[in-house]
Design a protein. Structure first.
Length: 397
């Protein structure tokens, strides 16, 4: 939980510094580049962040070294393929704006995060190593970059130092894992590097479609209502921090439901977990809907004002995402319904993305926010129906 909090807090603390130095509009454009980077990062990570911890936990110590080396080679290859496409995308979306070099570097940092291997420490149940080798270097990079930005007023210097922090974290995680798992050889075969991706395909689809309809709205805002980009970006940052703060609960539930020593009790554990998630989700939606404008005013040093007409749908969306994190990634995955989870996110994206553009053009900023809410409702309904059908069968086992 400390790892999660450290990254989220340092990112939030950097926002008022960036806005006070370069302005809300420039920070909004940087956030758009990072949103584009987050989409490409899913392709680079290719599901290892989702299923990797469980795979590591299920491997013997002697097999973990080869598994890590293979995954690292594949992720580096994917990064090399994704980088040119990312650069072209950012140039198409933001190419006419000033500070485009800084925007590119800031987004590249987001893509590069997927090359990191923090998920390996999660699978080994090594939170201290995760904190020391990944979270701290990244946080220090952001803090140092923000301090230099404040002194020099150079956005490029900020994103470069942040990028260096991420590179250091990747080097430290790689060194730590290799030092403890020396078994296995580094297989640099490009063909095999891509072939082994088949095992993570379903998880990548789930994460990829989710990343699309989470990050595309900000990109649509920048294209349809560019003046409102900082407003949506500020609200989205707080929304993500709220979800980040709740992620430890989801992770605990993911480990709580699939109990090999009590297979018969899985129904009760799922019902109990979903019930708690519903309570948390409703509370999160209410709190965020009411307090998001206040929070946005604080993190942007009073430079950006988020209306309740935007905070209400974003609060609802946050609550829905939290609930579906339990119904999908915890409950349905425990029942072997990974394809159903992937299907729900694909359907949500297929409906939500066109709706985002349509409502954005017709209604504006609030229409984009409500389109995301409606897509999340659809995702949760699909998962809830599948879960309701699976539970009686599980209960009779």
């Amino acid at each position: 939980m400390l790892n999660v909090a450290l990254g989220g807090v340092t990112s939030l603390l950097a926002i008022p510094v960036i806005i006070s130095v370069v302005g809300a509009a420039t920070w909004g454009s940087l956030a758009v580049a990072q949103a584009i980077g987050a989409i490409f990062a899913v392709g680079v990570g290719f599901g290892w962040g989702i299923i990797g911890p469980a795979q590591v936990a299920g491997l013997t110590a002697s097999a973990r070294g080869q598994f890590f080396k293979d995954s690292l080679v594949s992720r580096v290859l994917l990064f090399a393929c994704a980088l040119p496409a990312y650069i072209v995308t950012v140039l198409v979306v933001l190419g006419t704006r000033a500070d485009i070099g800084a925007f590119l570097i800031g987004g590249i940092s987001t893509v590069l995060v997927a090359v990191g291997s923090g998920w390996f420490f999660v699978g080994e149940a090594q939170p201290a190593r995760l904190l020391a080798n990944e979270s701290v270097p990244r946080a220090l990079g952001t803090i140092a970059g923000a301090a230099l930005l404040f002194v020099t007023h150079s956005l490029v210097l900020f994103v470069v130092v942040q990028l260096v922090g991420i590179l250091i974290s990747i080097g430290m995680t790689t060194r730590s894992i290799n030092a403890r798992h020396r078994d296995g050889a580094l297989n640099l075969s490009v063909r095999q590097g891509f072939t082994r991706l088949k095992a993570s395909y379903a998880s990548m689809v789930t994460a990829g479609t989710a990343a699309l309809y989470v990050n595309v709205p900000l990109i649509v805002v920048s294209a349809v209502v560019p003046l409102a980009t900082p407003v949506y970006a500020a609200a989205e940052k707080i929304q993500r921090f709220a979800l980040l703060a709740m992620s430890p609960f989801t992770q605990v539930v993911q480990g709580y439901i699939p109990n090999a020593d009590d297979v018969a009790g899985i129904r009760q554990r799922i019902v109990r977990s979903v019930g708690v998630a519903l309570g948390f989700g409703v509370a999160l939606a209410a709190v965020l809907g009411a307090l998001l404008p206040w929070g946005a005013n604080i993190i942007t040093a009073g430079k950006v004002s988020v209306p309740f007409s935007l905070s209400i749908p974003m609060g609802l969306t946050t609550g829905l995402i939290m609930i579906s994190g339990v119904t999908g990634l915890a409950a349905l995955v425990a029942l072997g319904k990974q394809r159903t989870v992937a299907l729900s996110t694909v359907v949500g994206a297929c409906v939500g993305l066109p709706l985002t553009i349509a409502l954005g053009l017709v209604v504006g900023l609030e229409g984009i926010a409500w389109s995301v809410t409606l897509s999340e409702v659809l995702v949760l309904v699909i998962q809830a129906v599948a879960l309701a059908r699976a539970l009686p069968i599980t209960g009779r086992r």
